[in-house]
Design a protein around this ligand. Sequence first.
Ligand SMILES: Nc1ncnc2c1ncn2[C@@H]1O[C@H](COP(=O)(O)OP(=O)(O)OP(=O)(O)O)[C@@H](O)[C@H]1O
Ligand SMILES: [Mg+2]
Length: 289
Amino acid sequence: MKIDVNNITMIYPSGKKALQDISVSAESPEFIGVLGPNGAGKTTLMKLLIAGLLPTKGEILLNDKPLLEQEKQLKAQLGYLPQSFGLYDELTVWEFLDYMAALKGLRGKNSKAAIEKVLECTNMAEQRKVRIRNLSGGQRQRVGIAQALLGEPKLIILDEPTVGLDPEERVKFRNIFSEMAQNKIVLLSTHIVEDVQAVCNRVFVIYNGQLLYDGSPSKLVAKTTGHVGVYLSKLGDDTPEGCQIVSKVNVSEGIQCRIVAESLPEFATAVAPTLEDAYLYCIHKEGRE
Ligand SMILES: Nc1ncnc2c1ncn2[C@@H]1O[C@H](COP(=O)(O)OP(=O)(O)OP(=O)(O)O)[C@@H](O)[C@H]1O
Ligand SMILES: [Mg+2]
């Protein structure tokens, strides 16, 4: 499985430019985390990759052929969890998955086995007969993940899959995603940087429709060394010029502030960056330019 995104620009009919000249390639196996603030263009990129939107400019190739000429192959190989989706409230979990399996072209025994498998790995086997309208928010999300995993797709696109899951389930799911990623391309957007750190070998940082970073999480962290610091402040102190506060922790001597900055102020002590620092620094730097 190979995808090439070549110079994609997406302008919505409203005139909003959501993506600007994006080019990326991915070849399996690859587990890519997509980070970016609200409105950055993450969902737009994902919708373009599933041929749910047509780019204004540029082209997307799937295994070296235009995506739009291969809708059938794409459908057979794609698992997609949209950011917001209507589940069929009146159907039971099983009926819904059976319907989704049919849309993916799975039939008979294959379909049953595939449904059992995803029910098991999403921990929903016991709820198979429950109507979707009677599920909790987190359980609905699990059904969404289950349908995306049906039939072992080669390209898996998950738009904020762990929203609404409790921490234990979230960790469990990211491990499941990681296990399935073998021989596949998985693209996962999230606001939880820790999840990217835990499972992704590659990260995209999207900001304001532009791709600010494409590379390994560890390189992003390495680039941020010397730009993260801590200092002790008092209540009501202003944020130092040119700095962004990452966290404020109450300690017995006052408030310990953690900052990212192009050049750290003298009173700050440099500390080792985390991926979250690195992501915030990347965005902060762009915002100032
Ligand atoms: N159908 C649409 N018509 C017009 N503008 C849109 C449409 N969908 C998205 N946008 C705009 O395009 C930009 C990118 O939106 P997108 O949904 O891709 O962001 P996102 O990175 O997924 O954000 P979030 O983290 O909030 O999910 C935003 O400014 C958004 O308002
Ligand atoms: Mg989105």
